[in-house]
Structure formats: C-alpha cells, structure tokens
Ligand binder design. Structure first.
Ligand code: PMP
Ligand code: GLN
Length: 385
C-alpha cells in the first residue's frame, strides 16, 4: 500500500471488519465483533426518532447538545461522585473511538511515549501512530485465571506522556481492583503522566464488582481524560455517541482537535442518550444481569467444548486458551473456524506487540441471544472430536 502514509502501514483492515466479513460470507455464527443482537430501551429509541421527525436535525454546538452534557455531568456525579461542569468540562464525541483519537492527537507530540496495557483495544496503537507517538506495551498476564499486571512494569522515561487505561478491559474481561488502580494512579502522579481512561464498559460488570474510575483517586481528576460512550451501556453500538470528562484545559485541548475531525456529533442520538443516562439506568441493571448469565452460559459451554476459559468480571467477552484442544495459533484457528465449526471469534494475538504472549488466546462475545450462544457451543464441540 504505497499511497498510505508510512505511520499507518502496519495497520491493515481491523480484525473486527475481517472477522465480521468472514461471518457474513460463510454464514457462521458471529461471536467475534462485540455487538448485541437485541435493541436498547424502547423509550430511548423513540426519543431519537422523535428528534428526527421534530426537526432536531442541524449542527449541535461544538461541545455537544446541552441536554447531553448536563446528563453526562449528573451521571458522573451519581455513579462516581465526580463533578464536571457541563459548560467547560464535557465534550461529546463520535463514539469513544473519536474521543480516544482526539485525546491522543491533542496531547501527544511526535516522539512522546504512550503506555498501553497489552492486549490492547486496536484503536489505541493506531491513534498513537497517527500522532507520531511511540507506544510501550505493559503486559497483562493471567494469574489464577484472571489477567493482571505487575506494578513494577509501570516505568516512565522523560518522554512518557500518557497511559491509556481500559477498565473493564477489552479483550480480557478484567476489571481493575482498587489496588491495581491505586498503583496506576501513583505511577501517573509520580511521573507527571496523563491518564486517558476508556470506560465504555463502565456499567457492564458482574458478580457485584463495581467499576471505579481512575479519576476518583487522589490527584487524578486533574490529570485524567475520562472517556465513555453509549454503545455498550444502552445496546446501540451503531449510534457512535461518546464523551469526554476532564478539566477545562484538557477538554479545550481535545476540542481543538475534535472540531477538525468531525466538527460536531449527530444531534438525534445525543438527545436520546441524554434521555437514557437520566431514565434508563434501571434497564441497564437488567442488561447487566442478563449479560452475567450469558457469560456463565458461554463460559460453561466453552469449557465443555474443551477450551480453557479465563475469568471475566466485565465487558461482553470471555477469553479462552486453545491449547487444551491441540491448537497453538489463534489467528490460524479463527480464520479456519467457520469451516471447522461454523463460528467466528477474535484472535487475541492481534492486540499484542509481543505476539507470542497472546498466540494461544481466542476471544468470544456473549452479548447474544441464549439460543445463539447454545448453537455456537454445540458447533464448537466438534473441535474435540
Ligand atoms: N473502547 C473499547 C474498549 C471498545 O471495546 C470499543 C468498542 N465498542 C470502543 C472503545 C469504541 O467505542 P465506540 O463505538 O463508542 O466508538
Ligand atoms: N468494540 C468491539 C469489539 O471489541 C468492536 C468495535 C469495532 O468493530 N471497532 O469487538
């Protein structure tokens, strides 16, 4: 691809696009890309259609419609006890993806280092590359079936500008504990590092585990760019409506970039998400309970089918080790999985710089109807034969 700028050449089409295309082409059950197969709350959907039919179809103000900024502010207060001024400390974005890219482009100079936990969500390295930054991967490794990191691996150089912290974590399903977050907070404070937190799964935690924002730790509110989005909480991944909460200075910096990426974000979705943050958290509690049951259903099924299943405390995903089934390479296996078993999954190794460490992991999504999960498990049982 000679026309593509050098800094983007290491990135091909995303694994999600590749694997969803594979599912469409082969008719396989898609437990790859994380999107639910049932709709979000009906009243929220109605607000979006009413907004369109009611003439709310022109540009939003740059920071986002006031209704949503106020709802995001109230939601942060209610769920995390964090106060953000809706006029200066909140910016609405086109999904968390734009928020991440705009934050990195706004804060990272060419040559600055950004730390990511590995395996990482695929948009982080791409955003860092666009900014001309250098990424450094700190490994998450399974300890007693749960992915965690060694605080001793959190080290900084004079060029370390930021760390991207995703909890609940895609693709491992880890929700960072108080001690893990405290270690990251101490690292940020001691080394004057900015935290960019990706909290898109903030409501999708299981077994009574609570999501706690890194911004609640001492000295962290002023150095954290908090990012979330409506897609996962309200089952509308296609709406691409996200937001940033931070200090006026950091929000202004990110806005300076966002205004030239997309100018503003789509209005009807913003109004519907404002409604959802105010009135649909009860619905979200129901979704969380359903997802917990689906996690158990899929985890049990995958164990029966011969996978080693790791523990998931949040998100849409379970992580499996394929070696007990006699496979060694998840990328090879997932490319053949439609033909072997009629199922699509995600090879976790593509989220690693140190590919070897992730070669034997495959991620499955459980945000699907029970009969879809059951059918997938039944098909996957064929691998054992
Ligand atoms: N971060 C993580 C960890 C994700 O899994 C996703 C995918 N939903 C995103 C960011 C992107 O979110 P959005 O669709 O709101 O851009
Ligand atoms: N976040 C979703 C996942 O991890 C996919 C988002 C995308 O396709 N970029 O599966």
């Amino acid at each position: 691809m000679r026309v593509l700028v050098g800094r983007m050449r290491e990135f091909g089409p995303t694994i999600f696009a590749e694997m969803t295309q594979l599912a469409v082409r082969t008719g396989a059950i898609n437990l790859g890309q994380g999107f639910p197969d049932e709709d979000g709350p009906a009243a929220m959907l109605a607000v979006a259609t009413e907004a369109i039919l009611g003439g709310r179809n022109q540009y939003a103000p740059g920071l986002g419609v006031p209704e949503l900024r106020q709802a995001v502010s109230d939601h942060a207060k209610e769920t995390q006890g964090l106060s953000y001024d809706p006029d200066t400390e909140i910016l609405v974005t086109v999904g968390a993806t734009e928020a991440i890219a705009a934050a990195v482009l706004a804060l990272v100079e060419p040559g600055d280092e950004v730390i990511v936990f590995e395996p990482f969500y695929d948009s982080y390295p791409a955003a860092i590359a666009l900014a001309g930054g250098a990424r450094r991967a700190v490994p998450l490794r399974p300890v007693d079936g749960r992915f965690t990191f060694d605080p001793a691996d959190l080290t900084a150089t004079p060029r370390t500008k930021a760390i991207i912290v995703n909890s609940p974590h895609n693709p491992t399903g880890t929700v960072f504990t108080h001690d893990e977050l405290a270690a990251i907070a101490a690292f940020c404070r001691d080394n004057d590092v900015i935290a960019i937190t990706d909290e898109v799964y903030e409501h999708l935690t299981f077994d009574g585990v609570k999501h706690v924002s890194l911004a609640t730790f001492p000295g962290m509110r002023e150095r954290t760019v908090r990012i979330s989005s409506a897609g996962k909480s309200f089952s509308v991944t296609g709406w691409k409506t996200g937001w940033i909460c931070s200090t006026p200075e950091l929000v202004s910096a990110v806005t300076a970039v966002k205004q030239f990426l997309t100018y503003t974000s789509a209005v009807p979705w913003q109004l519907a998400v404002a409604h959802a943050l105010r009135h649909e958290l009860g619905w979200v509690n129901g979704l969380r309970d359903q997802l917990q049951a689906k996690r158990d259903r899929l985890s049990r099924g995958l164990s029966r089918a011969g996978f080693e299943v790791l523990r998931t405390a949040g998100t849409y995903f379970v992580q499996t080790d394929i070696r007990p089934l006699g496979f060694a390479d998840g990328l090879e296996l997932t490319r053949r999985l439609p033909e072997l078993a009629g199922v699509v999954a995600i090879p976790t190794q593509v989220f690693y710089d140190h590919t070897e460490a992730g070669r034997h992991y495959v991620r499955f999504a459980f945000c699907k109807r029970d009969e879809v999960i059951d059918a997938a498990v039944e098909r996957l049982s064929a691998l054992q034969a």
